[in-house]
Design a protein around this ligand. Structure first.
Ligand code: C2E
Ligand code: MG
Ligand code: MG
Ligand code: MG
Length: 279
C-alpha cells in the first residue's frame, strides 16, 4: 500500500475515535444503573433580575459521579442518555428533585424562588409527559407557577404539532416555557410568533466578547428589542463579567445567569446565595 492510502485509513478510524467509542460504550453501560444507585445530584444556578438586582430563582443542572468513570459532565452523557431512552427516567428524577428543592425554599423563607428545568425532546414527545408533570408537581404539592421548563429550538423543527399541543397544555396550567440556547439552533425567527412560549434564553455565545465585538452587541440588542415587542421574558446566559452585567442592566429588563453572579452550586450553598441576592 502507498503511504497515502495508509494515511487515508488513519483518518477513517484512528485511536482517538476508538477512545471515544469505548468511552461512549462505558457511559451507555454505566447510565443504566445510575439513577437507582444515586449517582446523580443537582446543582442550582441563580438567575437574577438584572435591573432590580433581585433573585428570580435557579436553573437545575444535573451532575453525575460514577464510581468507575468519575465525574461525567452533562455535555458528555445527556445525548447518550437520549439515544438509549435512559433520559426519561433521569429527567423524571430531575423533576422530582427540583420539586423537593422548591419545597425546601418555601420552608426556608425563600418562598418566591422558582426553578427552571431542562427537558429533553425525548421526554417532551412522550405521550404521558404532560400528565406526568402535573402528577409530579401535585405529589410534591408544588404550585405550577413555580416551574419553568427549558426546551431547545431544535425540537420545533420536528413534531411541531405534538410539541405545540404539549407546550400549550402545560402553559394553560401556569407552567412557563423557555427556549434554551436561543440563537444556536435552526429555527427561524418566525417560530417565535407561533410557538406557545414565555421566555427566551439568549445563548452564551451571543454574550461572549460583547465588550469587543460591536456586531455581536448590535445583534443581541436587536434580539432583546424583538423579545420586548413580542412580550417574551428574557434570560441572558453566561454573563461572566461586570461589564457585561452592566451593559444588560442598562438596556434590558431581563434575568441574568452566569458566573458573574454565581456558578451552579449545591442546594445548601445556593440557598444562602439566594438570601444574599434578595437582600
Ligand atoms: P444549558 O441548559 O444551556 O445550561 C447552561 C450551561 O452553562 C451549564 O453547563 C452551566 O454550568 C454553564 N454556565 C452557566 N453560566 C456560565 C458562565 O458564566 N460561563 C460558562 N462558561 N458557563 C456557564 P452544564 O451544567 O455543564 O450543562 C450543560 C448542558 O447540559 C445544559 O446546557 C443542558 O443542555 C444540559 N443539561 C444539564 N442538566 C440537564 C438536565 O437535568 N436535563 C437535561 N435534559 N439536560 C441537562
Ligand atoms: Mg438550560
Ligand atoms: Mg442554555
Ligand atoms: Mg446548552
Amino acid at each position: 500500500r502507498s503511504k497515502a492510502t495508509q494515511k487515508g485509513t488513519l483518518t477513517v478510524f484512528n485511536d482517538n475515535m476508538l477512545q471515544n467509542l469505548t468511552k461512549r460504550k462505558e457511559i451507555t453501560e454505566m447510565l443504566r444503573g445510575a439513577v437507582d444507585n444515586n449517582e446523580f445530584y443537582l446543582h442550582f444556578q441563580p438567575q437574577v433580575y438584572v435591573q432590580e438586582n433581585m433573585a428570580w430563582g435557579v436553573e437545575a443542572l444535573i451532575r453525575w459521579n460514577n464510581p468507575k468513570l468519575g465525574f461525567v459532565s452533562p455535555g458528555d452523557f445527556i445525548e447518550i442518555a437520549e439515544e438509549g431512552q435512559e433520559i426519561i427516567k433521569i429527567g423524571q428524577w430531575v423533576l422530582e428533585e427540583s420539586c423537593k428543592f422548591i419545597k425546601t425554599c418555601q420552608n426556608e423563607e425563600s418562598k418566591g424562588v422558582k426553578i427552571s428545568v431542562n427537558i429533553s425532546p425525548v421526554q417532551l414527545i412522550q405521550e404521558n409527559f404532560v400528565d406526568l408533570v402535573f402528577e409530579t408537581l401535585d405529589r410534591y404539592d408544588v404550585d405550577y407557577s413555580f416551574l419553568e421548563i427549558e426546551v431547545t429550538e431544535s425540537i420545533m423543527v420536528e413534531s411541531y404539532e405534538v410539541i405545540y399541543s404539549t407546550l400549550s397544555k402545560l402553559r394553560d396550567k401556569g407552567i412557563k416555557v423557555a427556549i434554551d440556547d436561543f440563537g444556536t439552533g435552526y429555527s427561524s425567527l418566525s417560530y417565535l410568533t407561533k410557538l406557545p412560549i414565555d421566555t427566551i434564553k439568549i445563548d452564551k455565545s451571543f454574550v461572549d466578547d460583547i465588550e469587543r465585538d460591536s456586531r455581536k452587541k448590535h445583534l443581541v440588542t436587536t434580539v432583546i428589542e424583538m423579545a420586548k415587542i413580542m412580550n417574551l421574558e428574557l434570560v441572558i446566559e453566561g454573563v461572566e463579567t461586570k461589564k457585561q452585567y452592566e451593559y444588560f442592566a442598562s438596556i434590558a429588563s431581563a434575568r441574568v445567569q452566569g458566573y458573574y453572579i454565581a456558578k451552579p452550586m449545591p442546594k445548601k450553598q445556593v440557598l444562602s446565595k439566594l438570601k444574599e441576592l434578595t437582600n
